[in-house]
Design a protein. Structure first.
Length: 78
């Protein structure tokens, strides 16, 4: 069995090119992801903006509050 050095060097060259292009493609996808993704929606608002959230989870689970919210839901038809 004859092992050709020229064939192995050619295969090594193609393997290195494949790995280099794979890494470049991975890096390009990472750059596109950073460009496309929206900024963090949970960040602290800037300027005169106000961040609205529920203060206490107990308020939301209150039976009266839940009934009022359900009536409002059916009233607006959403």
């Amino acid at each position: 069995m004859v092992i050709s050095l020229r064939k192995w060097l050619l295969r090594l060259k193609y393997a290195l090119i494949f790995m280099l292009l794979s890494y470049m493609f991975y890096y390009a996808i990472g750059l596109m992801k950073e460009y496309i993704l929206q900024p963090d929606k949970y960040r602290v608002p800037e300027g005169s903006a106000i961040k609205v959230f529920y203060g206490d989870a107990a308020e939301v689970s209150d039976a009266d509050n839940l009934a009022d919210r359900l009536k409002l839901f059916y009233w607006y038809g959403e």
